[in-house]
Every structure is written in C-alpha cells, then in structure tokens.
Write a protein that binds this ligand. Structure first.
Ligand code: NDP
Length: 283
C-alpha cells in the first residue's frame, strides 16, 4: 500500500523545531520578526495572511501586519518596503500576492531586500539558488524537499519529472531536485508525449493547476507522487492535480490534498524567517 506522505504532521514537526529555536534565539536577544503586507482585501489573501500570522504567533515570531487599502499607490507601497528594508528589527518582508492591477508586481518583488526576501521570489534569490549559493528558496518547493527527506525517500540518482515551469514552483523545484542529485526533466504545456515522460519518473511532481489531471496512466509502478495542485471541486471538497484514488494503488508514496504539500509552504516561510534573523544577527 502507498505511503501517504503526511504534510500536516511534518509541517507541525518543523514548526515545533522552529519554536524551540526561536526560544533559544530570544535568550540571546534575537527576536525574529516578519512584516506582512496586504494591499486590498481579497478574501483568499486575508485567509492566507491570517494563517501566516497564526503560524508566527505559534512559533514566537513577531509579526507586523500592514493592511493597506486597495487604492494605495505603487510609490506608497515601495516607500513602505524601503522603510522595512532599513529597519534592523525586521528580518523578513512578505507582500501577499496578488496585488492590485495598478501596481507592477515585478517592481514590488524587486524592491524587497534579498536579505529579507523570505518568499524567495527576488531575482537575486533565484540566481543564488541556481548557482548553489546561500539565499532564500521559494517555500513550496523547499517544503517538498522536506516532505521527501523526512519520509525517508531518497532523491539521489532518481529520475525526477516536474510538470509545470512556474517561477514559484516548477523552476525552483527543478533546481532543488538537481541539488539533491536527481536527474531532472521539466515538462510544460508544449511537452510532447507527456504521459510517456511522466511514466519514466521515480518522483513525479504535478504542478499544473488542473484538477485530477494525472490518473494512473501517467505513473509507473512504485513511483513517488507529489501533488502541488489545490482546487475546490463542485462538491466543495479540495482536490489536487492528481486523481488520488486512481493512482494510489500503483504508487509507493503520495501526498494527499489537503494535508500534503499545502501545509509545508507556511512552515518553510517560518523557517526562512528564523533563518533570516540568524543570518542578519549572527553574521
Ligand atoms: P502556473 O499556472 O503558474 O503554472 C502552471 C504550469 O503548468 C505552466 O508551466 C504550464 O505550462 C503548465 N501546464 C498547464 N497545463 C498543462 C498541461 N496540460 N500539460 C503540461 N503542462 C501544463 O501554476 P503554479 O505553478 O503557480 O501552480 C500550480 C498549481 O499548484 C496550482 O493548482 C496552484 O494552486 C498550486 N499551488 C499550490 C501551492 C501550495 O502551497 N500547495 C503553492 C503554489 C501553487 P506553460 O508554462 O507552457 O504555460
């Protein structure tokens, strides 16, 4: 029977480890602090921001919330980011995406100091990852590496196929799997014979944003399947990019949706924030 990779438990373990680490840092006078900026009141963003604040409170990270009205100008947002970049008591800066259409998302991401870029979206962070230098790594793919490692799944020498090439999931995922000595293939909407390529995978990462797209015909016997997708079906239930019921009998391990990759993203954000405080205060 397939191992159900338990993202809920693994993310809780990481948060508990971070809680201990944060307590120790506080004894040394270091108090990790995350600034969270939300522009407008998109309901999904409000839920995400709320979850991040809750995780901070659990671990003992100070969270500073900036809830800006939707009419905020780009220059006002950039000025706030500049102030936070200069503020030594802030170790991580996060701008909840999406931001309103009148703002240039790229410009906003580029404005965050790479030293505080806990989302790992700044070009300098992405560049550092690709040449193996220290920097922040995008939280979802970083969480997937933790899921694999903490479930005892080796990546070394494995045939890894990622479907999806976004900047926040597919591309950084490919770099991280490569770093772990996987043999990596990245597929996208122009890939020919997708099924055949997926069936070569020892580790298949599905990140295309299409509900239950991958059924058992896309996986080989004994593969490990990581489902990044998250969708709410007509029945109001959550599902991923993988048809769990179809592939479960064929694979050796699989992440469920919910309770797989999802909870890891916030845990890794918290990890980046604590790491940032250590880097800024101890170097
Ligand atoms: P994007 O929409 O940015 O990227 C989707 C990628 O999938 C693109 O590279 C696209 O190819 C590729 N693609 C789409 N359709 C196909 C297809 N039929 N065959 C092959 N490739 C295809 O998505 P994200 O990476 O942002 O997110 C992917 C999924 O993961 C979404 O469901 C999202 O909600 C979820 N997600 C979950 C997170 C979590 O915390 N659990 C965090 C982030 C995302 P092309 O480049 O050619 O267009």
């Amino acid at each position: 029977m397939a191992i159900r990779i338990d993202g809920k438990k693994i993310s809780q373990d990481i948060k508990d480890e971070l809680k201990v680490k944060t307590e120790e840092l506080k004894k040394e006078g270091i108090s990790p602090c995350l600034a969270v900026i939300q522009v407008g009141n998109d309901p999904a963003s409000t839920v995400y921001v709320g979850n991040k604040k809750k995780a901070c409170a659990y671990i003992g990270i100070d969270s500073r919330a900036f809830e800006l009205p939707a009419e905020t100008t780009e220059e006002e947002l950039l000025a706030l980011i500049r102030d936070l970049n200069e503020d030594d008591s802030v170790h991580g800066i996060l701008v909840q995406l999406p931001i309103p259409d009148h703002m240039d998302e790229k410009k906003v991401i580029h404005a965050i100091s790479p030293l505080k870029d806990v989302d790992g979206f700044h070009p300098e962070s992405v560049g550092a990852l690709s040449i193996g230098e220290p920097g922040f790594v995008s939280c979802t793919p970083a969480g997937i590496i933790q899921l694999l490692k903490r479930t005892g799944i080796s990546i070394d020498g494995k045939e890894c196929v990622i479907v999806g090439r976004s900047n926040i999931v597919g591309k950084p995922m490919s770099m991280l799997l490569l770093k772990e000595n996987g043999t990596v293939t990245v597929c996208h909407s122009h890939t020919k014979n997708l099924k055949e390529v997926c069936r070569r995978a020892d580790i298949l990462v599905a990140a295309i944003g299409k509900p239950k797209f991958f059924d058992e015909s896309y996986v080989k016997d004994g593969a490990v399947v990581i489902d990044v997708g998250i969708h709410r079906g007509a029945d109001n239930k959550l599902c991923g990019d993988v048809d769990y019921d179809s592939v479960e009998g064929k694979v050796s391990a699989i992440t469920p949706v919910p309770g797989g990759v999802g909870p890891m993203t916030i845990a890794m954000l918290m990890n980046n924030c604590v790491e940032s405080a250590v880097r800024m205060c101890k170097s």
